[in-house]
Design a protein around this ligand. Structure first.
Ligand code: NAG
Ligand code: NAG
Ligand code: NAG
Ligand code: NAG
Length: 654
């Protein structure tokens, strides 16, 4: 038998048990036969003439000064109940005495000396004490004291013969002492007891409401199980107290049911535990299988591509980098450390050792191998090869002798002696900006499948021997599946604070426009020679380079933001041209950082401006505030507006 069908049967079985346990105590005596005595606890009561004689009706002996009880044999934990019964009281004196009561009692036994006014409910000893532990709905035929109701009344008593509430029957059709059958229905639910009565049968419409109790919390009075049934008594006044039929339906208090806990909840917990364990086991197993499988599949993919990066052995790369020695360390990248290496043919390489304990490291590895591995552009750092061996993830790039751009832009005094102490002049900076723009235009518009870089920043721009800039670190890059799509659909925020467009926090994904924004920040950095400022909050741009440059632009002093280290030693005529160029690039940078993504130029337009084929976009004198959802573009007619409102996502920049 399969596990599921076994489980199903088990659940079914316990559902049945659950319902049986929770549901009613139900029984129905349409009449009483002598052998029904086995289902009842009879104390001084008898089954005779198809009825329970609650007080004996043996004519030979005197029936005065008697009491009796007749209860159902099984107790139950009270929650709610309905009961309907037929009583017949035949007075032998006038008036008859004393009466009959429907009772719920913790103790089924008949109290001693409970005849007469006590109705078999309590005796002088237990009267008014919690030891009585009894609730009674009394059908009293005689006023036994001044506090008692008139002859013929209904009352509700708790632990006492005195009623909490009593109602005379004088104004109703019900006459207890008529010697005729009286049908009584009692309902207890939501803490209220309803008593209905009728002389003519138990059809609902003939029923007359005799009494409605105030709210009574019966679980307060009865902490344990109770017995249900009848009691009755006679005194010097006598009557025959018969119950001729009785139907009872009670709902048990399931909350207090220990069987429920043991037989239903406990197995359920065990089943759930086993299920969770099995699920976890299978998932882990599957995951391991996937992990084992993933890299060989990448291998296939890479090997089958015509311009495939080479697969290196771990041994080759160990040798090239001197066993990843500290001296060969070039820097710490996003998800790993980069080492300089020399291959056997004297060719210099950069080897990125993806950190093993980083879960994202594997993602980065795959992203790089699958995106940049198939891309070829003079302004993209070239991936030469890769290696996956002994759980080492290694990426081999062309070596960039001049290192990364950030080192030159934000160089610290301690680094002044190094190669990075060189100040990049304006011509170099301008060409770096053009190089990066070309790389980005290629990714967005020029290659077979659109690629979003998602992490454009100064430290990801590498410089070759001639200071030609190449865009690297494709660890966060994602390929957009369809050519006409402008965003990738994974809902994950990635990037570097300060370079992230304000809407990133709202749409929670990368778009072509968020790449353009990061490019704009890079442009400002390159010109100003300072870091972008740490901007986490969506609306606080006070510290950001974008805010400050825009402010100076509004004052007509934009050229004053230029890195002081760039000097112009040329003639006056050249200086005017120099300032003009810088202003165009800065305005272009600001346009890329427009708070409204739809107002940002595409990389194609950026290139046209940088190549002098178009003038920069017109931008407002003051930085517009960030408004979301973004207004449609005022100038980008025909270009796709890719931004759609997306859910808020947690920031996970790095
Ligand atoms: C019944 O009890 C009352 C009061 O205790 C007593 O006066 C009367 O004699 C008793 N009757 C019989 C028949 O025992
Ligand atoms: C009692 O009867 C009422 C209707 O008269 C019904 O709604 C309720 O469920 C019954 N309760 C029990 C315990 O049978
Ligand atoms: C109840 O019925 C009896 C016998 O028929 C009668 O004597 C008595 O007056 C009736 N009581 C009321 C309150 O109608
Ligand atoms: C009824 O009494 C029980 C037992 O004392 C108590 O736990 C419960 O809160 C009471 N319910 C109400 C409605 O007072």
């Amino acid at each position: 038998m399969s596990f599921m069908s076994l489980l199903y049967k088990y659940l079914l079985l316990f559902t049945i048990i659950a319902f049986t346990k929770v549901s009613c105590l139900y029984f129905n005596f349409s009449t009483f036969e002598p052998n029904d005595a086995t289902k009842l606890l009879l104390h001084n009561s008898y089954i005779q003439r198809e009825a329970i004689q609650v007080t004996p009706d043996n004519i030979k002996d005197s029936i005065s000064n008697l009491s009796g009880r007749a209860l159902y044999k099984d107790p139950f934990k009270i929650a709610s109940f309905n009961t309907t019964f037929v009583i017949n009281i035949t007075p032998e004196t006038s008036p008859g005495g004393e009466g009959i009561a429907f009772i719920l009692a913790s103790d089924p036994t008949l109290p001693e000396n409970s005849s007469g006014q006590w109705l078999g409910i309590v005796n002088a000893d237990t009267e008014g004490t919690s030891r009585a532990a009894i609730l009674a709905v009394e059908f009293d035929t005689r006023q036994s004291s001044t506090r008692d109701g008139p002859d013929g009344h209904v009352g509700i008593n708790i632990n006492s013969i005195s009623s909490l509430i009593q109602v005379p029957l004088i104004n109703t059709k019900v006459n207890l002492s008529s010697g005729k059958d009286v049908t009584i229905k009692i309902e207890y639910s939501n803490d209220v007891i309803f008593v209905f009565g009728s002389m003519s049968g138990n059809s609902q419409d003939s029923m007359e409401t005799l009494l409605v109790s105030p709210p009574l919390n019966l679980s307060y009075y009865f902490k344990q199980v109770v017995y249900v049934g009848f009691s009755a008594s006679t005194s010097t006044y006598t009557e025959l107290n018969c119950v001729k039929a009785w139907e009872f339906s009670g709902v048990e208090d399931s909350k207090k049911n220990k069987h429920l806990l043991v037989w239903i909840i406990l197995p359920m917990v065990i089943i759930l535990g086993v299920l969770v364990f099995l699920l976890a086991y299978f998932l882990t197993k599957k995951n391991t299988e996937i992990q084992e499988d993933t890299y060989p599949r990448i291998e296939d993919q890479i090997q089958h591509s015509s311009m495939a990066p080479k697969k290196y052995t771990l041994q080759e790369l160990m040798k090239a980098t001197g066993g990843f020695s500290h001296q060969n360390k070039l820097g710490e990248g996003g998800f790993g450390t980069v080492y300089k290496g020399t291959l056997g043919n004297k060719k210099e390489i950069a080897v990125k050792r993806v950190s093993k304990n980083s879960r994202q490291g594997k993602q980065e590895f795959m992203a790089e191998v699958t995106t940049i591995g198939s891309l070829h552009h003079k302004n993209l750092v070239k991936l030469i090869g890769w290696c996956y061996e002994s759980k080492e993830l290694l990426l081999v790039y062309e070596f960039m002798p001049k290192g990364s751009l950030d080192k030159y832009l934000f160089n610290q005094s301690s680094e002044l002696e190094s190669q990075y102490s060189k100040v990049l002049d304006w011509k170099t900076r301008n060409s770096v900006i053009l190089d990066v723009a070309q790389a980005l235009d290629y990714l967005h518009n020029g290659c077979e499948r659109r690629v979003l870089h998602r992490d454009i920043k100064a430290s990801n721009i590498m410089l070759d021997l001639d200071y030609v800039a190449k865009l690297g670190d494709f660890g966060l890059a994602r390929t957009v599946q369809k050519r006409n799509e402008t965003h990738h659909s994974t809902k994950e925020i990635a990037g570097t604070p300060g370079y992230m467009a304000p809407e990133t926090f709202l749409i929670g994904r990368a778009t072509v426009e968020t790449d353009v924004y990061a490019f704009g920040v890079l442009v400002l950095e390159v010109v100003c020679g300072r870091r972008p400022g740490n901007v986490f909050a969506q609306d606080d741009y006070k510290n950001s380079i974008v805010y400050q440059v825009w402010e100076l632009y509004g004052k007509g002093e934009i050229v004053s933001v230029v890195d002081k280290r760039i000097s112009c030693e040329e003639k006056e005529v050249e200086r005017v041209k120099w300032e003009e160029e810088i202003e165009i690039v800065l305005v272009l940078g600001l346009a890329c950082c427009h708070p409204n993504p739809n107002e940002r130029p595409s990389m194609k337009s950026v290139l046209m401006v940088l190549n002098g084929e178009a003038s920069p976009p017109i931008i407002p004198m003051e930085r517009p505030s960030f408004v979301w959802p973004a207004m449609p573009s005022s100038f980008k007619e025909g270009e796709d507006n890719s931004l759609i409102n997306g859910p808020f996502t947690q920031l996970s920049g790095r």
